[in-house]
Write a protein that binds this ligand. Structure first.
Ligand code: BGC
Length: 716
């Protein structure tokens, strides 16, 4: 098995949506779905842009899809040749993980269409594709290439006032509806055979018709180069896109491809985890890292990654806690500059978090549950639609999933712990931590009879139980956040004398400082050795049953399990790791025996209805020395996008796409779980617990080549 690529033979119309995700290519600036060259809106072809959002009327705000400048459709003797419409004798689609290439090879009998496509890692605005057409018999061929402006949108349209330019480079320009941000996509073509050409524009875009007399056996090669630029990148994006296409054409496909490959190679140098012993797992792990690299915003110094990456507009293109908990750890260990960029996004969006807290009557920073640009909250009060009544259901993720602020603060602290670098604190990270702590101070309640501090009416990671009191995970994150303020003061006293004093002064924080010293210990849940931690007050009194029992009660398979009357709400069945997630994040607080007891209690009660769940169970199983129990969770996590797994619906809302958190989770299980890597200020230790299926793991950490086998580990 080639562990560096994935190929699907044959065509099945039902897999079109999944394949769009599975075969996605991207470079952090944009994602291009794994669709055929000749496909369009109906097949969900999309060029999904990072960081540019738009709201149409009162529909959900979502990221913008750019016009598709890699469109090319063949007509043979006047008839369209298109997969799905035209019967194919053979068809295969491949994604190559090592160098980020998408390949298709379709034999329609009369003509064979092959194409190789990439989103340049070297030039983030550039997409390139090379089509090779080989004919069986002579005929009149016409290739319609161009920039398609008829776009797939979930809550669109988002682009208006289209203007086209024809000439050697085709250009489509438009503006977003809400903020009038210009978006431009250009296309240049290169053909090396005699042909006739003409250009045209219509309501679907701007096109070039390339006509030629096809000779049997001859391979006709057409190169398409497309550049996408927006007003967020700088002035005159249209001119810029045309210029980039012209430059790319002058450079040539081979040279562009070489630069793209070279960049991918450097990415793998630090991040590759060579897994020996199980090819299936090795390929899934490569695929996971491939997807992470494809969506990592290297072009920006401050941007994070949406929960469905750049695979489309699902989940409103929003950034969740997934970024801090599942993506940040990978980059903090392999590419710290990128990890910084993810956290800078939280520094830059602090104003949004302050505003949200104030809107709810709290102080400090309450980060959005679904963060869009500028820290705008994308999560609505009605985030799920009921499958029976078709009415929106009131969900409380936006207002009650308050662990998000603690998660953000946790990641800032982890960055410092892993790298020993305090610079992010000084860039604004310290202020983020102080403002998150302030939020919890204003959100907590003090109980007069027990002198305990409580967080009431919250939602923990397990979203099936809404509005609960004292969710252990949430209390723990909040307590940790509060305790980071004195810890930070201590660290910065040496690294940046006077900085904290200035900050405390600036934020008028003296009273909060006094308050939080007393509050943190009273809020922190108390854990007795060997005991099962109750997920929230009253959880143990709920009906004790399994996910299968709950599933058997569903009246519709798309029915939402959560909310007050959801099938899981009155049971102990949980959506995803919650107490176990807490144990994964705070390993030093729980003995292996305690983790194992909790694992054995909660695992059979967990639906794993989120792709974030299995990773936490796998990591904790490694901690108590049972990597054999982790193995299935690892495979499930790592292969989610190859298998087209994960949930596709929450009630009536489509939530499909790629799963970056699981991609990051796969790396975490392999490196932090199986290899047991721990980096503290750049110093590494390893506690390997390889499962029997893995013979060895090789990866780079702290500049050293690490090899882990069942006999131990070496660092060279
Ligand atoms: C999970 C959340 C997660 C979100 C985005 C939801 O289904 O419950 O924990 O942040 O998906 O991945």
């Amino acid at each position: 098995m080639d562990v560096w690529s994935y190929t699907l033979e044959g065509y099945n119309a039902e897999d079109t949506v999944i394949n769009g995700n599975r075969f996605l290519i991207g470079n952090g600036y944009m994602g291009y779905r794994g669709t055929m060259d000749e496909w369009g809106r109906a097949e969900l072809a999309a060029v999904n842009l990072a960081g540019l959002y738009d709201q149409n009327g009162d529909k959900w705000r979502e990221p913008v899809n750019a016009p598709n400048g890699l469109f090319a459709k063949l007509f043979l003797d006047g008839k369209p040749v298109s997969l799905g419409e035209t019967p194919a004798l053979r068809h295969s689609q491949t994604v190559r993980f090592r160098d980020g290439l998408h390949c298709r090879d379709t034999d329609f009998g009369a003509v064979r269409i092959q194409s190789v496509r990439f989103a340049s890692m070297a030039e983030p605005h550039l997409l390139a594709s090379r089509l090779t057409l080989t004919f069986q018999k002579s005929g009149r061929a016409e290739l319609l290439c161009g920039v398609v402006t008829e776009l797939w949108d979930i809550n669109g349209p988002h682009l208006f006032d289209f203007a086209y330019r024809r000439g050697p480079v085709l250009l489509a320009e438009a503006r977003t509806g809400e903020l009038s941000v210009p978006v431009a996509a250009a296309q240049a073509t290169v053909c090396d055979f005699p042909r006739g050409e003409e250009t045209e524009e219509n309501e679907n875009g701007v096109f070039r018709r390339i006509r030629f007399d096809a000779e049997p056996g001859t391979a006709y090669t057409v190169t398409l180069l497309s550049a996408v630029c927006t007003g967020l990148d700088g002035p005159e994006p249209g001119e810029r896109a045309v210029f980039l296409c012209e430059t790319a054409r002058a450079e040539g496909f081979e040279s562009l491809l070489a630069a793209h490959r070279a960049k991918w190679e450097t990415l793998w140098q630090n991040s590759c985890v060579e897994l020996r012993g199980c090819d299936e797992a090795a390929r899934a792990l490569n695929a996971s890292l491939y997807h992470l690299h494809s969506i990592a915003p290297r072009h920006a110094g401050s941007l994070s990654i949406p929960a469905r990456g750049l695979s489309g507009q699902t989940y409103k293109g929003a950034v969740f806690w997934d970024s801090e908990m599942f993506l940040f750890p990978v980059f903090a260990h392999t590419e710290p500059e990128l990890a910084k960029s993810l956290l800078r996004y939280r520094i830059d969006t602090l104003p949004g978090a302050l505003k949200k807290a104030a809107e709810y009557g709290f102080r400090g920073a309450f980060y959005p549950w679904e963060s869009q640009e500028g820290g705008a909250e994308g999560c609505t009060d009605y985030n799920v639609t009921d499958v029976f009544t078709h009415r929106p259901i009131r969900t409380y993720f936006r207002d009650r999933q308050i662990h998000i602020s603690g998660d953000v603060a946790y990641a800032f602290w982890r960055y410092y712990e892993i790298t020993g670098d305090t610079s992010l604190f000084l860039e604004g990270g310290a202020e983020v931590i102080l403002q998150c702590a302030r939020f919890y101070l204003s959100r907590a309640h003090s109980r007069v009879d027990t002198d305990k501090v409580e967080l009431l009416d919250v939602i923990g990671p397990d979203e099936y139980h809404e509005r609960v009191n004292n969710n252990a995970f949430t209390n723990m994150m909040a307590a940790h956040c509060l305790s980071r303020v004195p810890a930070l003061t201590e660290v910065l006293a040496g690294a940046a004398p006077g900085y904290m004093d200035g900050l405390i002064e600036k934020l008028d924080y003296q009273d909060d400082l006094r308050l939080l010293r007393g509050v943190a210990p009273k809020l922190c849940p108390v854990f007795a050795e060997g005991e099962v931690v109750e997920q929230f007050d009253g959880y143990f009194a709920l009906e004790d049953c399994t996910p299968d029992t709950v599933r058997s009660r569903l009246l519709d398979e798309r029915e939402y399990w959560g909310t007050n009357h959801g099938v899981a709400a009155h049971t102990q069945v949980i959506k995803q790791a919650d107490v176990i997630a807490m144990m994964a994040l705070f390993p030093s607080l729980f003995s292996a025996g305690t983790v194992e007891r909790n694992w054995r209690f909660y695992e059979p009660r967990t639906e794993h209805g989120s792709s974030l769940s299995s990773c936490m169970y796998a990591l904790t199983a490694c901690r108590f020395g049972r990597s054999d129990l982790a193995w299935e969770h690892f495979l499930k996590t790592a292969s989610i996008d190859l298998e087209g797994g994960g949930k596709h619906w929450a009630g009536e809302i489509y939530i499909g796409g790629t799963h970056p958190a699981a991609n990051g989770g796969a790396w975490m299980i392999a490196v932090l779980g199986f290899a047991g890597l721990s980096l503290q200020a750049g110093e590494l230790t390893l506690t390997p617990r390889l499962p029997p299926q893995i013979r060895s793991l090789r990866f780079t950490a702290a500049g050293k080549q690490i090899t882990v086998t069942h006999d131990g580990w070496t660092a060279g």
